[in-house]
Design a protein around this ligand. Structure first.
Ligand SMILES: [Zn+2]
Length: 240
């Protein structure tokens, strides 16, 4: 029997126990058109389930920040709002309870305008003062980083057929964050700079833009991610 490794936990599995994971989930696609290709990678059932929970949670929160009147985002924004409305539940109590829980968690994470951290605000995740007067919702940085690392493992497997082994770590930054001591070095500038490398790979799939520079012999590989051209992340893959 063939064995396949999961790109996330790196364990070996019988091929019948491996799932086909869309690392850029269809629910995040900004264009609902049929026939959009999928970026499929191998993942074990456990990792697939764990990430689909995380994807769902983040999509609801990010969805709330989108403008439903902006055509490409309408379906995502509306779906996010419904996820917090018990009255949108299908005719079953479990679904209703689930939406009520989402709403309770959301209310616990709302912060008044004065307490919104200035350094990182969606949609751009960069410093801003333009949301005066509006309440904010806190999203855990760890969740965003986990999601980013999942995308990076997906990109490296899908385009380079490589696993990121335990000998390496992924260090991820969110747009607007400082990269080490280089205060002037932001994620956007870094992405522009990466495009100058001859071996860079620039790929786009329905809302996810990736730019990568990957070469096993180098000390540090880089993957830049642009989600809906709004949330940008930069990940360095380095030997431990
Ligand atoms: Zn796994």
């Amino acid at each position: 029997m063939n064995e396949i490794r999961c790109i996330y936990c790196l364990n070996h599995f019988d091929s019948t126990d491996i799932t086909k994971e869309d690392f850029w989930p269809v629910s995040w696609h900004i264009n609902k058109k049929q026939n959009t290709p999928k970026w499929i990678v191998p993942a074990c059932y456990r990792c697939n389930q764990a990430f689909s929970k995380l994807d769902g949670k983040l999509l609801q929160y990010f969805g709330l920040t989108l403008n439903p009147k902006q055509g490409t985002f309408t379906h995502i924004a509306q779906k996010a709002v419904r996820a917090f409305k018990p009255s949108s539940a299908r005719d079953d109590d479990k679904d209703k309870r689930c939406r009520q829980n989402n709403l309770n968690n959301l209310m616990n994470n709302i912060v008044p305008a004065a307490k919104i951290p200035k350094e990182s605000v969606l949609p751009t995740f960069e410093p801003t003062t333009q949301y005066k007067g509006a309440d904010g919702v806190l999203i855990a940085r760890d969740d965003i980083i986990k999601f980013g690392e999942k995308l990076v493992r997906g990109v490296i497997y899908y385009f380079y057929k490589q696993y990121i082994e335990k000998t390496h770590c992924i260090e991820t930054f969110i747009g607007g964050e400082e990269i080490e001591d280089q205060k002037a070095y932001d994620v956007n500038a870094a992405i522009e700079e990466m495009k100058g490398f001859s071996q860079h790979l620039d790929k786009y799939l329905n809302g996810l833009h990736t730019v990568s520079v990957y070469d096993l012999s180098s000390r540090s590989d880089v993957v830049a991610l642009g989600i809906w051209e709004q949330l940008k992340m930069l990940a360095f893959i380095q030997p431990r």
